[in-house]
Design a protein around this ligand. Structure first.
Ligand code: GLN
Length: 492
């Protein structure tokens, strides 16, 4: 099929489907058309690379020179970045067309894409009783992929924001090892956890995009250096999957009582499927997991409170309407701007983070949470057969078991997507804390910086008829991104 027809179909879908997946869609006609036509002409002269002329959506917290970058926030609703994020440069240099900027929870803070100044994202999948949550915070990117509004999409994953929307929309969502994809030009939420993630309909698409973006970037101080990358590829290849049956770990602590039966069924089906292919299943224990969620919700808001301090109406941000009325004081400018610019959830996180970093609370919250983070990392290291490839030598040998597992397989979320009406509007009956619980299975890999993928697994009833869909997550040791994708592919 011609690239132009594919692009026109995607752009038309952006306008007619009414899912609110884009904050800035591409104009129906524009320069993108000529660029796709050029790719079509190149295709007549010889084979194209897979990405040439393809539409890739970008989450609206990733800076683009040609389109606004709002972060789903009132405080940046008129912000235009003077530069492209490195990932955008990489996509465009390879011939991709940015398919528009996708909707998200404000600054990436949320699990259902309902905390956006631009309104909630609707899932393409419909429940019997109404619209479902698209998951968050990269809900717009996931829906854009699921609804055929683009070929693939970029999101960001700090504590699960690519994997959870993938699970809720029936798409594939991949969070790479921390530091592999550049964060330059990606608006920071919690720097020590933030990663750029990829969404696609198939793992193979996600792999193609990852391969394109997986390079050292001198602009990003946390980008893994060329020499460390060389070490990673030496240690991780050939893939264990090419050499022997895999040892698949099943974390016992993830079998919580709150797990919905359909999700547990998808988990069991996935394990049975892997076993049938000759791989061995091993129960493992990750005891610090039960504290991971609380640690995450101390650490992420702490980093966020510091990152968001710059939106004061002076250096960045839309100035509040009455901010200039009392020129003798600085405070009205700041409080007016921040009071009207930020939404309720972001304010909650700023307060939480500022409190946990304050002198009196620091030891009890921030420092304790960092200790838990270390324990979570040690838990993972103690179950994987491969040591952390970038860890110090003594650390590796003291923590590694003789017969560890290659990957862990577990659900992405404890339940299927909730109804949007339960989360927003007058009938909403949930506290903000209920949304945090959805991240219970995704935050551990984020705290440890590990690669993780969520793939859709169909649940069938006794007659063999498809009765549902759940996201199943594969987590690997640091740097084993390819293995994680390969196991994801086995489950697709
Ligand atoms: N739901 C989590 C949060 O609100 C994760 C968000 C993310 O990964 N960006 O912090």
């Amino acid at each position: 099929m011609s690239l132009l027809r594919e692009a026109e179909r995607c752009i038309a879908n952006q306008y007619v489907q009414n899912l609110n997946s884009f904050i800035t869609p591409l104009p129906r006609t524009g320069s993108w058309k000529a660029r796709v036509q050029e790719a079509d002409q190149r295709a007549d002269q010889g084979p194209l690379t897979w990405i040439d002329g393809r539409l890739i959506s970008v989450k609206d917290n990733i800076c683009t020179r040609d389109l606004p970058t709002t972060c789903g926030s009132g405080i940046l609703d008129k912000f235009n970045s003077p530069f492209n994020a490195t990932v955008v440069e990489q996509l465009e240099a390879a011939g991709a067309i940015i398919a528009g900027k996708t909707n998200l929870d404000e600054f990436g803070m949320g699990s259902h894409s309902v905390y956006s100044r631009f309104g909630p994202v609707k899932n393409v999948r419909n429940g019997a009783e109404g619209d479902l949550s698209a998951g968050g915070s990269s809900g717009g990117s996931a829906v854009a992929v699921a609804a055929d509004q683009c070929y693939a999409a970029l999101g960001t994953d700090t504590g699960g924001s690519v994997r959870l929307p993938a699970a809720y929309t029936g798409t594939v969502g991949f969070k790479p090892s921390y530091g592999l994809i550049s964060r330059w030009g990606v608006v920071a939420y919690a720097n020590s956890l933030d990663t750029v993630g990829i969404l696609g309909l198939k793992t193979s698409t996600v792999r193609d995009v990852f391969t394109l973006l997986n390079h050292y970037d001198p602009h990003d101080p946390t980008s893994i250096s060329r020499s460390s990358r060389a070490r990673l590829s030496q240690v991780t290849s050939p893939s264990p999957l090419q050499c022997r049956p895999l040892r698949i770990g099943v974390p016992l602590e993830y079998n919580i009582s709150e797990l919905e039966p359909s999700v547990r069924k998808a988990w069991l089906l996935s394990l049975a499927h892997l076993q049938k292919q000759g791989h061995a299943i091993h129960p493992v224990s990750l005891p610090a997991t039960k504290h991971a969620l609380s640690a995450y919700y101390v650490l992420a808001p702490a980093e966020a409170s510091s990152n968001l301090a710059k939106y004061d109406g002076v250096r960045y941000g839309t100035r509040g309407d009455h901010a200039d009325s009392d020129k003798s004081l600085d405070a009205p400018l700041y409080s007016q701007t921040r009071g009207s610019g930020f939404g309720a959830e972001v304010k909650r996180r700023i307060l939480l983070g500022t409190f946990s970093l304050s002198a009196d609370a620091m030891d009890n919250y921030f420092i304790q949470a960092q200790r838990v983070r270390r324990l979570v990392q040690q838990d993972f290291n103690s179950v994987f057969g491969a040591g952390h490839p970038l860890a110090h030598e003594n650390e590796k040998s003291s923590e590694r078991p003789a017969s560890g597992v290659d990957v862990l397989v577990c659900p992405t979320a404890p339940s299927p997507p909730p109804l949007l009406s339960d989360l927003t509007g007058l009938s909403a009956n949930r506290s903000p804390l209920d949304a945090y619980v959805n991240d219970v299975f995704t935050v551990p890999a984020s705290l440890a910086g590990l690669p993780a993928i969520s793939v859709p697994v169909a649940v069938t009833n006794t007659g063999g008829k498809k009765s549902g869909l759940a996201g199943i997550q594969v987590v690997g040791q640091y740097g084993y991104d390819e293995l994680v994708m390969q196991v994801g592919e086995l489950l697709e």
